[in-house]
Design a binder for this molecule. Structure first.
Ligand code: C2O
Ligand code: CU
Ligand code: CU
Length: 570
């Protein structure tokens, strides 16, 4: 206790000390909910300007927690009342691409959007935030984010704390940088203002929660633009991690740390039985993070370089004080021994392994831009076309000197390998963000089920918002055809369209040609409009001069199969 108090004084050496009780965001219980995104302002700093914020509904910062049941037919009305185009993305939720809220479905100011989908996900903590290309950071750091709690029968049958705000606490943790006019900055490498559910939590401010002396549940979201947290409690008090991003673990995992990179969530159980009247601290043990992890110890910089780091980097700091108060009625006082049964796909059943290298212009790059496989995001380029129901292994190889949390839309996945070995117990459950430290690698397996859309792609990206906005993003189409492109493998009946990208004309090569006659080719544009359909031979040229610049799909139909290619017209 003494050591913690000392740390506390070291980090917060201001004389004015204002304590705020943990704010619990209001809830909207599904299936029918309305969200209005609006501009607001909050006084985060004692002097100077209010900070401009974005928020949903009655809040001045962040939004209500949405509560859905698995199986709900959700109907959401979203209204954009900010003076900028935006989207709302349901992070971690498995739904049709057109309702995913990615950058291809923008809402102009004043617009209303009405996504409707069935909740198919398991009980866990998800979240929502804007996803405009090149504006995600700008909008999210102003407070446009909120939690989604999904409940399901398996979770409901367990003896777990689930009284929202009483023994089940939502915790949206953000660390941000504000400029001299008190406005949130997108490039937050000197992020030092800590916010818990939108309340300031350091530098003369502290957030305290009154937690009852029983088993309590904390649903932690790292909603920061950049920083990773290495959460734990003062005195290294043990706790149980019960859920990762997309669902319960098989069994509670007894530990003293949970590391969360931007976008990641964890649910933990903290046993406060018998501790009435005591105080503990919810900490981030950032001194234990490896160099290259955002928030960890600062990299040695060449003499005379401008400071790039935050004073919170590499130190252990308090994020919230917990005052243990008397038990509630009907307290949960035990920890379940088992939770659920996760059944990861068998890697032997994977149709394809895709390798995604995290790259930069040089090995020395620390602040971006970063790329996937050396190419920057292009709204007009589909990086992968994935046949519906394909089971795939994605291998993420970080070739840069900084860490990146990789996130994929549409699916939850299972980590099957980290640094060449099996993942730890904390990563054995369903995930939608996985942290890849510098020069490290991770493999996950997933299945692209239920939702095909030949027009609107799903995104994958780094969840460090600046990296994402800077082009560390890609997109994939889930194609309805059982036979589709496996870009990394050669299928019999494969063909080549050339040149690609093309301008005025295209031709084809049919190695191992379809045996009987000319194959049929159908070319459609990005919106599904047919541009060409007919039998073609290798010598034939198709004029494309009048075609608009963009992505086209070329489908070869032979007796045996269909093969797809994407074609880019410049
Ligand atoms: Cu949390 Cu693509 O997003
Ligand atoms: Cu997402
Ligand atoms: Cu990144």
């Amino acid at each position: 206790m003494k050591k913690v108090f000392f740390l506390f004084l070291t980090v917060f050496n201001l004389s004015v000390f204002s304590q705020t009780q943990l704010y619990i965001p209001d809830t909207l219980v599904g299936p029918n909910v309305s969200l209005t995104m609006h501009k607001d302002s909050v006084q985060f700093f004692p002097t100077g300007n209010y900070s401009h914020t974005y928020a949903y509904n009655l809040n001045k910062y962040l939004g209500p927690t949405l509560i859905f049941n698995k199986g709900d037919n959700v109907n959401i009305t979203v209204n954009n009342q900010i003076d900028d185009t935006s989207t709302v993305h349901w992070h971690g939720i498995h739904l049709p691409a057109k309702w995913d809220g990615g950058p291809h479905t923008p809402m102009i100011p004043g617009a209303t959007w009405n996504p409707q989908f069935t909740v198919m996900d398991n009980a866990a903590t998800y979240w929502y935030h804007p996803h405009m290309h090149m504006k995600t950071a700008l909008q999210a750091i102003k407070g446009a984010a909120g939690l989604i709690i999904v409940r399901d029968p398996i979770e409901a049958a367990l003896t777990l704390p689930r009284k929202y705000g009483v023994d089940d606490f939502p915790l949206i943790v953000q660390c941000q940088q504000y400029d001299s006019a008190n406005q949130a900055m997108e490039l937050g490498m000197q992020d030092s203002t800590l916010l818990i559910n939108g309340a300031r939590a350091n530098y003369g401010y502290s957030v305290y929660g009154n937690f009852p002396a029983q088993v309590v549940r904390m649903r932690i979201l790292n909603a920061s633009g950049e920083r990773a947290f290495n959460f734990g409690f003062s005195g290294n008090k043990q706790f149980y991690q019960i859920a990762s991003d997309g669902g319960l673990l098989n069994t509670p995992y007894l530990t003293t740390r949970v590391r969360l990179a931007p976008g990641e969530r964890a649910e933990i159980l903290l046993d406060l039985n018998g501790m009435n009247g005591q105080t503990i601290y919810f900490m981030s043990y950032a001194s234990e993070l490896a160099m290259g992890i955002q928030g960890g110890p600062t990299m040695p910089m060449p003499q005379g370089s401008p400071p790039m780091d935050s004073p919170l980097n590499g130190i252990d700091f308090n994020t919230m004080q917990i005052n243990v108060v008397p038990q509630t009625i009907n307290p949960v006082t035990t920890i379940p021994t088992t939770l659920t049964t996760n059944s990861p796909y068998n890697p032997a059943s994977a149709n394809v392994t895709r390798t995604i290298r995290f790259t930069a212009d040089s090995l020395m790059v620390m602040d971006g831009p970063f790329y996937f496989n050396d190419s920057t995001f292009d709204m007009m380029r589909i990086d992968y076309t994935i046949p519906l129901n394909s089971i795939e292994v994605w291998k993420l190889v970080n070739e840069t000197m900084v860490a990146h949390p990789f996130h994929i839309h549409d699916v939850q996945f299972y980590v099957i390998e980290r640094s060449g070995t099996a993942p730890g117990p904390e990563e054995m459950g369903r995930k939608d963000v996985v942290f890849v430290p510098p020069f490290d690698s991770v493999m996950f397996i997933t299945k692209f089920e239920d939702f095909a859309d030949t027009v609107i792609p799903f995104m994958f990206h780094c969840h460090i918002l600046m990296h994402e906005d800077d082009g560390m993003m890609g997109q994939f189409i889930v194609s309805p055809d059982a036979v589709g492109i496996f870009e990394n493998s050669k299928t019999p009946g494969d063909f080549t369209v050339y040149p690609n990208p093309a301008t005025d004309q295209i031709s084809f090569l049919f190695p191992g040609s379809p045996s009987k006659g000319k194959p049929k080719i159908i070319i459609t544009d990005f919106c599904g409009k047919e541009m060409y359909s007919g039998l073609v031979s290798e010598k034939q040229e198709i004029k494309t001069t009048s075609w608009a610049r963009g992505i086209y799909f070329v489908e070869l139909i032979s007796e045996q199969q269909k093969v797809f290619k994407k074609l880019i017209i410049n």
